[in-house]
Ligand binder design. Structure first.
Ligand SMILES: Nc1nc2c([nH]c(=O)n2[C@H]2C[C@H](O)[C@@H](COP(=O)(O)OP(=O)(O)OP(=O)(O)O)O2)c(=O)[nH]1
Length: 127
């Protein structure tokens, strides 16, 4: 299953989102995004960010994907993109919490397993 996610940068901080109790991987931190349907990766990302946060984004670049096998039936290819905001009124529509963190603090969160290599790559590349 392909999943896109947005590493949204603003004022030197990165938007991190906590999954709600109703989602799978409850309470885990992630980058907002979701499953790719019949659309391009960028279309998926823009659609998901609008659905989850109510904002428009600019997509800057695609970063290396990471595959993680949560179980036999749940194998995720997480495809991250660096993004910025085009509109700024964020609303919490699906997640339980949002945090804007500086790059040095990203590691303090309890990330979904598939995100850990993505976080590590981002820190190594952009700090
Ligand atoms: N969005 C997102 N999902 C992630 C990340 N890391 C990670 O393991 N996942 C997993 C959690 C989910 O099992 C899957 C994404 O599915 P989802 O439920 O968020 O996506 P969706 O909005 O398309 O879901 P649905 O309600 O249409 O079923 O990928 C991440 O950083 N962002």
């Amino acid at each position: 299953m392909k999943v896109t996610c947005a590493i949204i940068e603003n004022n030197g901080k990165i938007l991190c989102a906590q999954r709600s109790d109703k989602m799978d991987l409850p309470k885990k931190w992630e980058f907002p995004g979701g499953k790719v349907k019949n659309e391009t990766l960028e279309e998926c990302l823009r659609r998901e960010i609008k659905e989850e946060l109510g904002v428009e984004i600019q997509v800057l670049e695609q970063l290396p994907s990471n595959q993680h096998n949560y179980s036999k039936s749940k194998i995720i290819e997480l495809i991250p993109f660096r993004c910025t905001l085009q509109t700024f009124e964020i609303v919490l529509l699906e997640h339980s919490k949002l945090e804007w963190l500086p790059i040095e603090k990203l590691k303090t969160l309890d990330w979904a397993k598939a995100d850990i290599p993505v976080v590590n790559y981002y820190i190594k590349t952009y700090k």
